[in-house]
Design a protein around this ligand. Structure first.
Ligand code: CTP
Length: 414
């Protein structure tokens, strides 16, 4: 069984650059075997040890196995390390921390950077796999469980812990997962991260702004968080991503081709320019349906009353629905009432593969939140109701649905 898992992992690990973080737990000695497995599978490994880890296993062992110097001290006498840890994260395909102690896990969740492993961790943009290892009581502490939950919601991967006899003599959950399992989990993550290689994903996010005069505009409460989370999730799968974004305060996802727009008309033009080449198109943007018929050149002065004439903006998604060829087309619907009826109408009218609908009046599902609770309606007639979750988790779930559609197409040849 383990051999089978290892065989599967081998091909994907060849040529990959793995950072192996070792923290101070009794399971640290097993990290040497993990390092050996990675090297044998063709990966290049750099080891970072915390000061406590060195009490459990000698850096020389890891240096010999990885054939590279071990990184273990933030202030190692030269400035080289402080720059090098950032360089290491740029090259890394995966950061594995095995064993990951309660202390290190909680420091990651708290953003603490007090040793080389932690500064590297905070700078890392590659996927991170944690293999927790600790005493059962420590593992069951609510602070630790909460920190692990928080890290998983942020996209950190976790393998184990296993249940078994611990070094302290207790039996329970807390034992580091077997190295073969950690190795297989690393392979799975790397495989998942390259599954969308070659796919072009076009995403729109955020609100649009429709100017009334040089000072005022019409807009809405969209934060762009859902679209940006989807862009990050698609990038993590290895896709090339074009993100057409209305004004937001968000950090651009690293690696995305970001096109900033203000108005619906600008979004329309940018989207149409990239649509024909795209394989997957996801329209999370909250596009203003109307714009002022005239944009006043000077500031409008206050008076008794003001009537604004509005004219309709183009419906970008409906236009894409008409032009659609091979693309998988996904829309969003933010509703306050008659959710199903409205979503189904938009699904059909805009010729979508599926639509993601949410009730913005519901707690945790509105604009500008970090969470969302949605229903998905598919062109084939199926529907799904998902639970309340972070937008990052939801992005993963939605891309899984796209994965299923891609697989369906591959098997039917359409
Ligand atoms: N959309 C679009 N262009 C528009 C309006 C909406 O591309 N001018 C897209 C949105 O990005 C979303 C979907 O259409 O993916 C549904 O948007 P929504 O605002 O919920 O619906 P509308 O079509 O505008 O209909 P209504 O305002 O009547 O709810």
């Amino acid at each position: 069984m383990n051999m089978e898992k290892n065989k599967q992992s081998n091909s994907i690990l060849a040529g990959k650059f793995i950072l192996l973080g070792i923290t101070g737990g009794i399971a640290a000695y097993k990290a040497a075997e993990l390092c050996r497995l990675f090297i044998k599978a063709g990966a290049s490994v750099r080891v970072i040890m915390t000061p406590a880890a060195k009490e459990f296993i000698s850096p020389l062992t890891l240096q010999t196995l990885s054939k590279h110097q071990v990184y273990d001290d933030l202030f190692a006498g030269t400035k080289r390390y402080t720059v090098e840890h950032v360089e290491l994260t740029k090259a890394a395909d995966l950061f594995v921390v095995a064993p990951a102690t309660a202390n290190t896990i909680s420091k990651i969740a708290g953003g603490i950077a007090d040793n080389l492993l932690m500064t590297t961790m905070l700078a890392a943009r590659c996927p991170v796999l944690l293999a927790p290892a600790m005493n059962t009581q420590m593992y069951q502490h609510p602070a630790l469980l909460e920190n692990l939950r928080k890290l998983r919601a942020w996209g950190y991967h976790q393998v184990g812990p296993a249940i078994g006899e611990l070094a302290c003599g207790d039996t329970g959950a807390g034992k580091m997962a077997p190295v073969e399992e950690i190795f297989a989990a690393a392979g799975r993550i790397l495989r998942q991260n390259s599954s969308w290689q070659g796919l072009k994903v076009l995403i729109t996010a955020g609100p649009t702004r429709e100017a009334i005069d040089p000072i005022r505009f019409i807009t809405n409460h969209s934060s762009g968080k859902m679209g940006y989370a989807l862009a990050e999730a698609a990038l993590e799968r290895g896709a090339s991503v074009t993100l057409v974004s209305g004004p937001t305060n968000l950090e651009p996802p690293r690696g995305a081709d970001l096109i900033r727009v203000n108005t619906a008309q600008q979004m329309y033009e940018a989207v149409l320019e990239h649509f024909d080449d795209a394989h997957i198109v996801i329209k999370t943007a909250a596009v203003a349906d109307y714009r002022p018929a005239v944009r006043q050149k000077e500031k409008i002065k206050k008076g008794e009353s003001l009537t604004l004439e509005l004219v309709p903006n183009p419906d970008i998604l409906a236009t894409l629905g008409k032009r659609k060829k091979q693309q998988i087309l996904i829309g969003f619907a933010a509703e306050t009432n008659n959710l199903e009826q409205n979503a189904l109408r938009k699904l059909k009218q805009k010729n979508l593969d599926f639509i993601v609908a949410n009730n913005v009046t519901q707690e945790g599902a509105g604009f500008n939140t970090d969470t969302n609770q949605v229903q998905i309606f598919f062109a084939g007639g199926d529907s799904k109701c998902l639970e309340l979750m972070s937008k990052k988790e939801l992005a993963g779930c939605l891309l899984q649905e796209v994965d299923l559609l891609l697989k369906e197409r591959n098997t039917t040849g359409s």
